[in-house]
Design a protein around this ligand. Structure first.
Ligand code: PLP
Length: 389
């Protein structure tokens, strides 16, 4: 039976280079803090890996802090901003839950930067808000992700950074979905802090990093040893870090994905009335968020799974979650949000995978239409602009 994995935005398959680095490092004893030969070898591996991650995120290796993943990296940035005096946080409405929930839990005021119907952050709103900033709220902190995990929409980070810099603020960029796919050089993007995660680019789960620029001060969240120059206590995940670096090296070597296969699949679905979410905006080449009116997303995912095609309904980061996506709600999708699935490929995806997905989707759609009278086509006809953009 077909087995097509198109859920890279949840977790990409591990790259062979990463698996090799992981198993090799796991076979070596040694704590990087130990002074003997085994410890020094482990330390060398961590520091070489830090150079590779620095190449991914820009900036000197000394500004890369390894974490347990994207969630912790985001939290380290937000908690550091609050610990150093930010009393009010601006986070985009489409941020990942790790940003939204950490901001909400931080104990300071939170405001949401809106997005337009194609899922792009409203910089006019940001400019006006920063112009009106109350100095009593401390340094303005703004979180704007590089690319959204559900829609794939690429955000105007560089433009946002100019606004934030002019207001003497701190821009945090969650580049978890962007890393290895588009440029994530924190200096080129003007990010004060930027987070990445290994498992989205072909490394293992449970390892990530935060990089920080000269205008950001990191404050440790967990206490203990002096690892990561005192910024993140706890013995380093040496094997995970080595595998992360191997995946990053491989991702940086390969050419950027082209959207051609994804777009060919999307074109086929559109003929049958499907709506491509964020179609009018620049998007990651690997991501397709597609909605079919009347067809419950969870049912689509299950039917595709039975046909051997693995995709997600909205964000799969909290598995089993069936609540409507806050990202699609922020884009104003309304009821259609419950009918959107996310299809995402990557380094090992072939044209045949996208074709198999389009064929399976078409079959499921025809079956549904035969039973329910083609609500997808009816929706498309009643919204003749097609996409919600
Ligand atoms: N940020 C974004 C945009 C994500 O998509 C994810 C995971 O899906 C995370 C952060 C969390 O990363 P991790 O799973 O490494 O904690």
């Amino acid at each position: 039976m077909t087995s097509v994995y198109l859920d890279y935005n949840a977790t990409a398959p591990m790259r062979p280079e990463a698996l090799e680095a992981l198993t090799r490092a796991l076979a070596q004893p040694g704590n990087p803090s130990s002074v003997h030969a085994a410890g020094r070898a482990a330390r060398a591996l961590v520091e070489q890996s830090r150079n590779d991650i620095a190449a991914l995120v820009g900036g000197p290796a000394s500004t890369v802090v390894f974490t347990s993943g994207g969630t912790e990296a985001n939290a380290l940035a937000i908690d550091s901003a609050v610990a150093t005096g930010s009393r009010r946080l601006i986070v985009s409405a489409i941020e990942h839950d790790s940003v939204l929930e950490t901001a909400r839990a931080s104990g300071v005021a939170v405001e949401y930067l809106p997005v337009d119907a194609s899922g792009v952050a409203d910089l006019g709103w940001l400019k006006a808000r920063l112009a009106d900033w109350n100095p009593e709220d401390g340094k303005p902190f703004v979180a704007l992700m590089a690319a959204n995990n559900e829609s794939g929409v690429i955000q105007p980070v560089l433009e946002a950074s100019e606004l934030v810099r002019a207001a003497d603020g701190w821009l945090h960029v969650d580049a978890v979905q962007a890393a290895g796919r588009i440029l994530t050089d924190s200096r080129a993007l003007g990010a004060d802090t930027l987070s990445v995660s290994a498992h989205k680019l072909g490394g293992p789960q449970g390892v990530g990093a935060l990089t920080f620029g000269p205008r950001a001060t990191l404050v440790r969240r967990q206490h203990g040893g002096g690892q990561e120059r005192g910024r993140r206590a706890g013995t380093e995940n040496v094997a995970g870090i080595a595998a992360f670096a191997a995946a990053a090296r491989a991702a940086l070597r390969e050419p950027e994905l082209t959207p051609a296969w994804r777009d060919a699949a999307a074109a086929r679905l559109k003929v049958e009335g499907a709506v491509i979410v964020g179609e009018g905006a620049p998007r990651l080449a690997n991501t397709l968020c597609v909605a079919a009116a009347g067809q419950d997303a969870a049912l689509q995912v299950m039917s595709l799974d039975l046909a051997g095609v693995m995709v997600s309904a909205g964000s799969a980061c909290s598995s089993g979650k069936v609540t409507p996506s806050h990202v699609l709600a922020a884009m104003g999708l309304g009821d259609l949000a419950a009918c959107a699935i996310r299809v995402s490929g990557g380094w090992a995806t072939t044209e045949a995978d996208w074709t198999a997905f389009a064929e399976a989707w078409s079959t499921i759609h025809s079956r549904f239409a035969a039973r329910h009278g083609a609500p997808v086509a009816r929706y498309a006809a009643s919204h003749d602009q097609g996409a919600p953009a």
